[in-house]
Write a protein that binds this ligand. Structure first.
Ligand code: PLP
Length: 384
């Protein structure tokens, strides 16, 4: 094993709903869900059955042929509120790579060869070289410099910074509507709307990376629906397959410009992954899961704010739906994460001072209450 991951010393062997179990059979309330992936929790019957039955029918074909699940998924993602065409990939990083290629080709066709993508400081877009270049955090760039050309970052939530950085080289603006990895920093509605307007005025593409915010997590299927701002290109991954790897890049009629041979991939959008995605979306729709994320997410935020009344070290609670963060005034996030684990709760430290919650979207208020109860006990221990 390459030592690229700083792992928590825990072996997980089984999951069921919002609970995962270690090898000794100890249960953990999973408030991270594989980093926003297991939107239906673990071993959801709809996903299990879909994967099982599809595995016995057709697992892989390559993209040389049509398969029904792939086409059905493209249609479904359109029906859910984004008028566009789909390129199927295997991960978030790959979905974004497609978005960059769409932007570059579009720049050749419509903006005199412009190719530069402007993203934001603090953003996270994945681990391939282009995505590290697009990501607005030095720590990911430093070890692998030099960066590929064609990416620059400006301050998030600052329209003037974007305007000042735009040049004839600029082809697209890339945003997470809510920055996830850095510790859940929501975009302001006015800012997102102003960016859309700026892109229209300047003839730029607007790309939303909804890899973490999508799939209903923020209380609407696509997070952009909660802001009234429609991008030209959207990327999804993480929760899309309910745990099975899949990513997609969606492009509207304005942006959709890649032609046969200009992009591809062996595995992307295979029948197994697309069937898992269809089953996941089906269960989300049938179960009122998006509405649940909104309601229970609101409750989680409320309970965290209440917790902050008892613990002065909690200085901010921020997020939307079931994408929440608790901000601390001292470097105790990792110790809290460790203590929580000892008490049967999985949360994650986004950095020294931010604890991140990205639970399965099926949790209810009792799971939130349990989370708060454990956090309070752990804060007492860590602060003692
Ligand atoms: N974009 C965002 C907003 C993400 O949060 C992530 C992963 O955390 C990625 C892209 C990269 O996705 P993947 O890890 O599937 O390549």
């Amino acid at each position: 094993m390459m030592q690229t991951f700083k792992r928590v010393p825990l072996e997980l062997v089984r999951g069921d709903g919002w609970t995962v179990y270690d090898e000794a059979g100890n249960p953990y309330l999973d408030m991270v869900a594989g980093i926003a992936v297991n939107v239906l929790g673990h071993a959801h019957p709809a996903v299990v059955e879909a994967v099982r039955s599809q595995a016995g029918v057709l697992i892989h074909t390559s993209n040389l042929y049509y398969t029904r699940p792939q086409v059905e998924l493209a249609k479904k993602l359109r029906a859910l509120g984004f008028e566009g065409r789909m390129f199927p990939a295997n991960s978030g990083a790959e979905a974004n790579e497609c978005a960059y290629k769409v932007a570059r080709k579009w720049g050749k066709l419509h903006r005199g060869g412009a190719y530069e993508v402007i993203s934001t400081e603090g953003s996270f877009h994945g681990r391939t070289l282009a995505n590290v270049a697009a990501t607005g955090q030095e720590k990911f760039k430093k070890p692998v410099e030099p960066m590929p050309d064609g990416f620059r970052q400006v301050r998030f939530n600052d329209i003037d910074a974007l305007k000042a950085a735009t040049s004839e080289k600029t082809v697209a603006v890339l945003l997470e509507p809510i920055q996830g990895e850095i510790g859940i920093i929501p975009g302001n509605t006015e800012y997102l709307r102003a960016v859309r307007q700026w892109c229209d005025e300047q003839n730029l593409l607007l790309i939303f990376d909804e890899i973490q915010t999508g799939m209903g997590r923020t209380g609407t299927f696509y997070a952009f629906q909660g802001y009234g701002v429609v991008p030209d290109v959207v990327t999804l991954a993480k929760g899309l397959g309910g745990g099975v790897p899949i990513g997609v890049c969606l492009a509207n009629a304005r942006a959709d410009c890649l032609e046969a041979g200009e992009h591809g991939g062996t595995f992307g959008g295979g029948p197994l992954a697309c069937t898992a995605a269809l089953a996941t979306i089906g269960a989300i729709e049938e179960g009122g899961i998006v509405e649940n994320a909104k309601e229970v997410g609101g409750y989680l935020a409320e309970r965290l704010v209440k917790l902050a009344e008892d613990f002065d070290c909690i200085v901010e609670v921020r997020g939307k739906g079931l994408m929440q963060a608790m901000v601390l005034d001292r470097d105790i996030a990792s110790r809290l994460q460790e203590e929580a684990l000892n008490h049967g709760l999985i949360v994650t430290a986004a950095n020294d001072r931010v604890v991140r919650f990205l639970p399965p979207l099926i949790i209810g208020k009792p799971e939130v209450d349990r989370t708060i109860e454990i956090l309070a006990a752990c804060l007492d221990l860590v602060l003692a």
